[in-house]
Write a protein that binds this ligand. Sequence first.
Ligand code: IMP
Length: 198
Amino acid sequence: MMQIVLATHNPHKREELRQILLAELGNSIEVLTLDDINPPIGDIEETGTTLEENALIKARAVHEITKLPTVADDTGLEVFSLGGAPGVYSARYSGEGATYASNVQKLLSELGGNPDRRAVFSTVIAYIDESNKEHTFRGEVKGKIGWEPRGTNGFGYDPIFIPEGESKTFAEMTDEEKNAASHRGRALRAFVEYLRNV
Ligand code: IMP
């Protein structure tokens, strides 16, 4: 069975990747995360200025240690009326010690009563294959920022992101509904489509 390392400690991301690989490719791939690797790999600093750079930085760091095919993702939420913020800085938006909740609150307060709530969620998947070749895949979903957090599923900005054509936030959707519409789902399906053809 093929093993792929997902360069993250985030259990939500592992589940999303596992579910999509399982649905598309069946049981032929085992997904490991950093929690399964010895010696332990800590958090990798994201020093790039684009999602592509950051995803590749994470994938390279883990691939150098594991020598296994490695997948890393980097995600950003760009809000139109905030000039594209928080963008690549989405994880640290509310500063040192940021939590999902503090980032959501910061975004809602930056937007205030602004009626222009347009936003886009983007994920870049970086993949380093068994012959050290680098690939990137991008997935995006347009939507808008809600007026208050709603729902308890998912993570991050999910309680305030409402994808285009929907009334529910990502946090009000089941995993299947979110995966079908989400930035990460789209990027992952592009990646899986590539895997299927090699
Ligand atoms: P990263 O890709 O883990 O660096 O994610 C950047 C930021 O976006 C973090 O604050 C995440 O919590 C958030 N984020 C990443 N993916 C999602 C998602 O699918 N929904 C909501 N927030 C997300």
